[in-house]
Design a protein around this ligand. Structure first.
Ligand code: SF4
Ligand code: SF4
Length: 122
């Protein structure tokens, strides 16, 4: 997989992607999974909206934006305080179906907020 990825989106950071690609704990299928067979799950209690996931995902799965108010209120107090300190921003996954399980987001996230899970066919 090339760090720039398809389309070479401007939000991508080639250095961060290279570092993540070389990470020994990188999970997933190195982009060999069919699109949508895996999906990243963001732990809202950990995410601080730092957008490293946006910077490394070659398939533009992530966007960082305001957390949904209802989700925010459901979080434990400490997580709410942390989120507030970071402008109440969190990672959203509007293009989940594009994920090819490269695993870069998991190792790039400084808060260890992302898990890659296999999608069970229904
Ligand atoms: S999931 Fe991790 S890398 Fe993505 S915005 Fe949240 S803290 Fe940053
Ligand atoms: S594993 Fe993460 S970085 Fe890789 S394609 Fe899926 S969402 Fe994007």
């Amino acid at each position: 997989m090339s760090p720039g990825g398809p389309g070479g989106k401007s939000s991508l950071d080639a250095d961060k992607a290279r570092k993540a690609a070389a990470h020994p704990d990188r999970p997933g299928q190195q982009c060999r999974a069919p699109a949508g067979a895996f999906r990243p799950v963001v732990d809202r209690r950990r995410c601080e909206g730092k957008a490293d996931c946006v910077a490394v995902c070659p398939y533009a799965v992530f966007e960082v934006g305001p957390i949904d108010e209802e989700e925010y209120r459901a979080l434990p107090l400490l997580s709410r305080l942390k989120l507030r300190a970071h402008g109440k921003k969190t990672a959203h996954t509007p293009r989940l179906d594009a994920c090819r399980a490269c695993g870069l987001c998991v190792v790039a996230c400084p808060e260890k907020a992302i898990t890659l899970v296999a999608v069970t066919p229904t």
